[in-house]
Design a protein around this ligand. Structure first.
Ligand code: ADP
Ligand code: MG
Length: 281
């Protein structure tokens, strides 16, 4: 339904490591010019720092037999009842399912925000089900980016400062902040709005700032919980175009939840959750 939004499996599975990408200007239909572009040297340094080669045959994340329950009213509420899934590098993976089926609970586990009662979660070489809180927090800050339905931006900070904040949090050296923030805002097509604060931006623009913020520290995995739910279909399509650009140019894997069948059309893989289990895995 969205032109230019079809998935491209070949592209997703067969990156061309080492081939410099053209600079992406994300949502260029707005005709935005870049007032303060990073210098060629800064961009070259940025290219250098991107991961060179990724083995797409090995999973980035493996979930095996995962169960999660919560104590509610003196009883255990079984929310996840045995989940198995693998996420491969450079995939756009979607979790679908009714409200209350357990999607957010699973996303929190995958992102190291929570731990399973049973089962295993391996992210790269890390075993999340065995890691302590501090170790998971450290891995998360370095390797994982989060996007939420409600954007989760700092209200008093500008778009630029919001993106910069995640570089501070991840301990990225200060010298890299300017080129990286510029690059991320270009990627989401928002350089012209860099000085705006969240309340001065539309919902779609806020979500694109949130995306720039979530990818600034170059995570290998981007998790997005219903990122298009509060957007109209056109803004939702823009967000999905940005996701495709991110996979292609930043070499990330994206796992997101959605209710929207039109959005699902662009997924490489869809897992359908019903009552704490996948029905199509
Ligand atoms: N921390 C918690 N304590 C108790 N129940 C929870 C907790 N987190 C989630 N649940 C319950 O787990 C079920 C699944 O929630 P959730 O993962 O948010 O579903 P979805 O994202 O698919 O809408 C819901 O019934 C919810 O109330
Ligand atoms: Mg949810």
């Amino acid at each position: 339904m969205f032109p230019g939004l079809r998935r491209n499996k070949k592209q997703a599975q067969k990156p061309s490591p080492g081939v410099p990408e053209e600079p992406q200007f994300g949502v260029s239909s707005e005709g935005e010019q870049v007032p303060e572009a990073a210098s060629a040297a800064e961009l070259a340094a940025l290219e250098q720092s991107l991961p060179a080669a990724i083995d797409t045959s090995k999973p980035l994340l493996t979930v095996t037999g995962v169960e999660r329950s919560f104590p509610v009213g003196g009883q255990q509420l079984h929310v996840l009842k045995g989940i198995d899934m693998s996420l491969y590098p450079l995939q756009l993976v979607m979790l679908k399912g009714r409200s209350g089926s357990g999607k957010t609970t699973l996303l929190n586990l995958i992102g190291g925000l929570d731990q399973p009662n049973r089962g295993e979660i391996r992210f790269k070489e890390h075993l999340f089900h065995q890691c302590g809180d501090d170790e998971r927090t450290y891995i998360r800050r370095k390797e994982i980016g989060f996007i939420f339905q409600s954007f989760a931006l700092m209200p008093l900070l500008s778009a630029w400062e919001n993106v910069e904040l995640s570089l501070r949090m991840a301990g990225v050296p200060r010298a890299q902040w300017k080129p990286r923030v510029t690059h991320c805002l270009e990627l989401v097509g928002l350089v012209r709005r860099m000085h705006h604060r969240p309340f001065e931006l539309s919902g779609g623009e806020q979500q694109r700032v949130a995306i720039a913020k979530a990818i600034a520290h170059k995570p290998s995995l981007l998790l997005a919980d219903e990122p298009t739910a509060e957007l109209d279909s056109q803004m939702g399509a823009q967000v999905m175009n940005v996701f495709r650009d991110i996979i292609r140019t930043e070499r990330m894997t994206i796992c997101m939840t959605t209710h929207d069948p039109t959005i699902m059309e662009v997924a490489d893989r869809v897992f359908e959750m019903v009552d704490g289990k996948f029905i199509n895995a």
